[in-house]
Design a protein around this ligand. Structure first.
Ligand code: XIL
Length: 327
């Protein structure tokens, strides 16, 4: 059977995962699995402000450089994540309105130019919308909405990577997510019509099996984004299994079904260029700490188990890619 990257390539799609340099350094089976299954990786945390800017006066590129080396050694497209985000080290939370633009631009230029030629996609901005418009962040408070336009402009001037806006919580029929989709579309329409150099929307797609998913509403949203001339990439797919039964076989089947139902709809949209999961193995997943099960059982949100053996979710992702129309 071909690997995920191989079946994806037959459709003109990317397949990949988020990963940290520390994970591949300590786990050779993970490194080997990434080489076999992935055409791209996202820097899970190695290129965030919290990693690169421990202090205002200090740039710390060690982890990011190691991940860039791993990507280049293995021919992987590397996705940088993220130049602008609200999750910041304490010193940056405290910057003044007066200094905000200078610090933002300086950070973006330093990081984007450091990884020029190494990072193929940048998540230029991450999680900037809210159901009511824009997320209240230090950047919005100090600079107003124009920080978004500025970020894309600075990215364009500093590197040749494809420029993405990455966003979360848009998949389901809840009040919050329906309105989030509206906010995101409104923002995208404004950016595109005013010539801001955005090239793609990254859709995180952290999935929740218990929420109602309208295939028609969701594909209409993807179509609207694609009609703006933007690429779409599914960037952080995983399945929270907090509300699922304890029984592993039953749970794994529900998780697989959740991936399959979502990816069948997403990959049917021609603007979608690929899918990445947020980690490959249950051994390293953020769900462990952010959404643990109340019964204390280990979470199983990803295509491989904690020993890096494929689970039903692997087959579900494979089948969804195999069923997708070729680009
Ligand atoms: C998460 C990482 O996976 C964690 O290890 C880290 O502690 C916090 O950040 N959306 C994003 C990612 O865009 O950057 C987040 O990553 C997960 C949610």
């Amino acid at each position: 059977m071909p690997s995920l990257k191989e079946i994806a390539a037959t459709k003109g799609l990317l397949f990949g995962t988020a990963v940290n340099s520390g994970h591949v350094a300590k786990n050779s089976k993970l490194a080997e699995t990434i080489r076999r299954e992935c055409s791209c990786i996202t820097a899970e945390s190695d290129m965030k402000w919290t990693a690169i800017r421990p202090e205002a006066a200090k740039f710390e590129f060690t982890r990011g450089d190691k991940l860039a080396q791993f990507a280049s050694d293995n021919g992987l497209l590397l996705r940088g994540h993220a130049l602008v985000w609200h999750d910041l080290p304490a010193w940056a939370e405290a910057i003044s309105a007066e200094d905000a633009e200078t610090i933002l631009v300086e950070h973006m230029k330093a990081v984007a130019s450091r990884y020029e030629g190494k990072v193929g996609h940048w998540d230029v901005i991450n999680e900037v919308a809210s159901p009511n418009g824009l997320r209240d962040t230090i950047w919005l408070r100090h600079l107003g909405e124009k920080y978004i336009d500025l970020a894309f402009q600075v990215a364009k001037e500093s590197c040749t990577a494809t420029r993405f806006y990455n966003e979360n919580r848009m998949e389901y029929d809840t009040w919050e997510m329906e309105n989030k989709r509206k906010s995101v579309l409104k923002l995208l329409e404004r950016l595109v019509s005013s010539g801001v150099p955005i090239e793609g929307l990254g859709i995180q797609a952290h999935l929740f099996p218990e929420l109602a998913f309208s295939e028609s509403k969701y594909s209409a949203f993807l179509k609207d984004v694609g009609a703006l001339g933007l690429k779409i990439l599914i960037t952080e797919c995983d399945v929270t299994d907090k509300e699922l039964p304890a029984d592993v076989a039953e749970r794994d089947q529900k998780i697989a079904d959740t991936f399959k139902q979502y990816l069948d709809v997403a990959l049917a949209e021609p603007a979608v260029i690929g899918v990445l999961t947020w980690g490959l193995t249950d051994a390293y997943t953020w769900i462990k700490s952010v959404r643990p099960r109340t019964d204390g059982l280990p979470v199983r949100p990803l295509p491989f188990d904690d020993q890096i053996n494929p689970k039903p979710a692997y087959q579900a992702i494979y089948d969804a890619i195999a069923n997708a129309p070729a680009r």
